[in-house]
Write a protein that binds this ligand. Structure first.
Ligand code: HEM
Length: 455
């Protein structure tokens, strides 16, 4: 039997303070000090962190049926609901996958390309040359508009938008606090912060109820995700319960934009520090699109944009950790794991394995040239997770990012502010700590012709 090494930590407090203050630093240290599997404590939780592609693959494929989402999955129940797929195992979880799968079929997804490209176009048209822009806030707005339209047939204009946005922000802040603690504070406790979160959840739930009601009354497939959920019938002819509809919709709404928005923000910020890579991306986009909106058929002709997105997801995976618990005792490659222990997988740490990604901190999209990507072992690159809970929105996300990046890159250059240095904040997702950039419009000024060329 192999022994899981423990990281150096306080006997009394474990690593709780370090986890609060600098969880990325702590998780990297666990990998350095302990090797392929390492243990640390946060309050009452003993956490086993999996640090190698080999063990990640073994656990999330071979042993996946023995893993439950456990305590970390249930962390978000107060917001996302009891039936959130992130908190479900076994048959109830399969019900979510079956009900949602039709909305993510390639044929369905292709129908979303036009609204995606149109929103990206509307966004770029609204920007002024030389303006300073917070790219994170801008990408949040863009991806929120897209998910609202494509998944809920919801216009994000009109009355109530500010109240709704404030409620979303309050809930995202709560999710961030939960990620920092790992042990939830019950929302029923009489704290001012809890009162605000409860009020925000109420706003979101009543809006969702309205949308569900409208969808029911319409009684037709409007092509959006909510329609698909409403039409779902299982083998016994039963539809989804109200709680299932609410929880599935809430999880998909949050999963569907916060992640994309932060990836896109990191992409522009990183390119700001790599003008030669940015120019290559802009040249590809201009040559293929020539000023028009991208379509689904254009995507295979934009391979560099795809590599830039993949490399951004390697260095800045929005979901930088996720957890599981063995449902019974098991042994993995000689390591004994006990029922109920918390297993932590960190794409942030796994993607920085110097054996698999030499000079891991260097931004190098060509790591994802097809032959190099194929050579990566399974379990080495998991920005969308793996196994039964692997991201159901992966294709949707890649398509939206690919279209948006190519379209924006053919019109705009986002430049870093002088001296800017951005660091990751590990909140509910991996966020940039500062995100202001200067927008340059290249109307008519082609990067291809070298007008702004940097090499
Ligand atoms: C850059 C974009 C995205 C990233 C990096 C990402 C990442 C992830 C990861 C790592 C998981 C697994 C969590 C776990 O195992 O506990 C996950 C699950 C999930 N994601 Fe995404 N996601 C993205 C976009 C989306 C989009 C666009 C949607 C919906 C439109 C979505 C909906 C979901 C849902 C519903 C789950 C739960 C799946 C389940 O438990 O069966 N995600 N995502």
């Amino acid at each position: 039997m192999k022994i899981v090494k423990r990281v150096r930590e306080s006997l009394l407090l474990g690593s709780a303070l370090e986890f609060q203050r600098d969880r990325l630093g702590l998780m990297m240290r666990v990998a350095r000090e302990c090797g392929e599997m390492g243990a640390f404590r946060v309050g009452p939780l003993r956490i086993i962190q999996v640090n190698s592609a080999r063990l990640t693959e073994a656990l999330l494929t071979e042993h996946d049926s023995m893993l439950s989402v456990g305590a970390l999955g249930r962390l978000f129940v107060p917001v996302l609901g009891e039936e959130s797929p992130l908190a479900l195992d076994g048959e109830p979880h399969m019900r979510f996958r079956r009900a949602s799968a039709p909305a993510f079929q390639p044929k369905r997804l292709i129908r979303y390309t036009q609204p995606m490209a149109e929103f990206a176009d509307q966004f770029q048209r609204g920007l002024q040359d030389g303006a300073t822009l917070n790219v994170e806030a801008a990408m949040v707005q863009l991806s929120r508009n897209i998910i609202a339209k494509t998944f809920f047939d919801e216009s994000v204009e009109g009355e109530g938008v500010d109240v709704f946005s404030a409620a979303v922000d309050e809930v995202v802040a709560y999710l961030a606090r939960m990620t920092a603690r790992l042990v939830p504070i019950p929302l029923s406790w009489p704290l001012e912060s809890n009162r605000r979160v409860r009020a925000a959840i109420e706003v979101l739930q009543s809006r969702l109820k309205q949308l569900i009601q409208q969808g029911r009354e319409a009684g037709v497939d409007r092509g959006d995700f909510l329609s698909m959920l409403l039409m779902f019938r299982d083998a016994h002819g039963n539809g989804l319960s109200e709680l299932q509809l609410q929880s599935y919709a809430m999880t998909t709404y949050f999963g569907g934009y916060v992640t994309i928005a932060n990836t896109l923000a990191w992409l522009w910020l990183t390119l700001g520090a790599h003008p030669e890579i940015r120019t290559k991306l802009e040249q590809e986009a201009e040559a293929v699109l020539r000023g028009r909106l991208p379509t689904h058929e254009d995507l295979p002709k934009l391979p560099y944009a795809l590599r830039v997105i993949k490399e951004t997801l390697r260095l800045y995976p929005p979901l930088f950790l996720f957890g599981r618990e063995p449902a019974g005792d098991l042994e993995v490659s000689g390591y004994p794991l006990r029922k109920g222990q918390v297993l932590l997988f960190s794409p942030y740490v796994l993607h920085r394995d110097p054996e698999l990604f030499p000079e891991p901190e260097r931004f190098e999209p060509d790591r994802f040239l097809p032959e190099k990507e194929k050579a990566l072992p399974r379990g080495a690159y998991i920005p969308f997770g793996w196994g039964a809970h692997a991201c159901i929105g992966q294709r949707f996300a890649m398509m939206e990012m690919h279209l948006a990046v190519a379209h924006l890159a053919q019109h705009l250059t986002f430049e870093s502010l002088p001296g800017a240095r951005t660091r990751p904040l590990a909140l509910a997702v991996l966020k940039p700590d500062s995100a202001n950039m200067v927008v340059r419009r290249r109307n008519g000024e082609s990067t291809l012709l070298g007008a702004r060329g940097v090499g």
